[in-house]
Design a protein around this ligand. Structure first.
Ligand code: NAD
Length: 277
């Protein structure tokens, strides 16, 4: 049985990594997905759509988009740090796909790996803007549509960075710790509307984000960077984005119907390695 039959999902950061894996899995499970990303080229490569929606283009009209209404995935180019982009994406999902039941605020960046004394504050603010403001904007503009459907599920992509303070990650760790607060507040505010809110907290995921970190940790020798990183987990490996997407599916679907206000670690025990180092 399809676990997301007749559901509509909005997934941000959907052109790569975890967001791409989640979009593919959710579509296979029967959902229609508005796949939002900043990177137009990556969206086109991932989904090869006939029509690409853009935040700056005119809003979808009733006479347009019949093919998209049937399509499992509707790619949408937008920047989660721009509130008008996010509002337009949600309106498009509601109009074209008939409503919104599931939201995955997943778009995020690591920023530059730097100790606090070397961290440029504009870089710090850039990371917080994408990782926190972008998530709040996504939730803010999805909520009225979720309420219209009588409930739903929000699964925020956080990180093991929400529970440890790894050297060199002040902006990223601050942003992911902040997402725990966003999740708790949203879970409390939205429970009366039947909307569940949780975070998924991956450790090291085999995506372009972690490959960039390998280079930062061992310039010119990414294999060594990879070994250093994998040694920081109990299970000594990266998690695949498809494994993270399965946990998101559990929380988004009826399987997670009693789950709200919680963090779900999928870090191969990394939090214990980092705490006891
Ligand atoms: P990724 O770089 O493969 O994908 C991130 C996607 O987000 C990209 O397609 C990018 O274009 C998009 N994006 C970035 N800024 C955006 C913006 N302002 N508006 C819209 N889209 C934007 O990375 P990933 O590893 O799949 O990361 C996804 C999420 O998982 C992030 O929130 C990240 O913090 C989190 N995470 C990743 C890891 C890891 O090891 N890779 C670990 C823990 C948590």
């Amino acid at each position: 049985m399809l676990r997301l039959k007749d559901k509509v999902a909005v997934i941000t950061g959907a052109a790569s990594g975890i967001g791409l894996a989640a979009t593919r899995l959710f579509a296979r499970e029967g959902a229609r997905v508005l796949a939002l990303d900043l990177d137009e080229t990556a969206l086109k490569t991932a989904y090869q759509p006939e029509v690409l929606f853009r935040a700056s283009s005119e809003p979808a009209s009733a006479g347009r988009g019949d093919r998209e209404r049937e399509a499992p995935v509707v790619p949408f180019v937008a920047d989660v740090t721009k509130e008008d982009h996010v509002a337009q994406a949600m309106a498009t999902a509601a109009e074209l796909l008939g409503g919104i039941d599931i939201v995955l605020p997943n778009a995020g960046i690591f920023g530059r790996h730097a100790l606090i004394q070397d961290c440029p504050l504009d870089e710090f603010e850039r990371v917080l803007r994408v990782n926190v403001t972008g998530v709040v904007a996504t939730i803010k503009h999805a909520v009225p549509h979720l309420i219209c459907r009588g409930g739903g599920s929000i699964v925020i992509t956080s990180s093991v960075g929400a529970v440890v303070g790894n050297p060199g990650s002040v902006a990223y760790a601050a942003s992911k710790h902040a997402l725990t607060a966003v999740m708790k507040v949203a879970a409390a505010e939205l429970a009366p509307f039947g909307i569940r809110v949780n975070t998924v907290n991956p450790g090291l995921v085999d995506t372009p984000m972690i490959h960039a970190l390998e280079h930062d940790l061992a310039p010119g020798d990414p294999e060594r960077g990879k070994t250093i990183l994998q040694e920081a987990t109990l299970l000594k490996r990266y998690v695949q984005p498809e494994e993270v997407a399965e946990l998101m599916l559990f929380l988004a679907a009826d399987t997670g119907s009693f789950c709200t206000g919680a963090m779900y670690m999928i870090d191969g025990g990394m939090q214990y390695c980092l705490q006891h180092r």
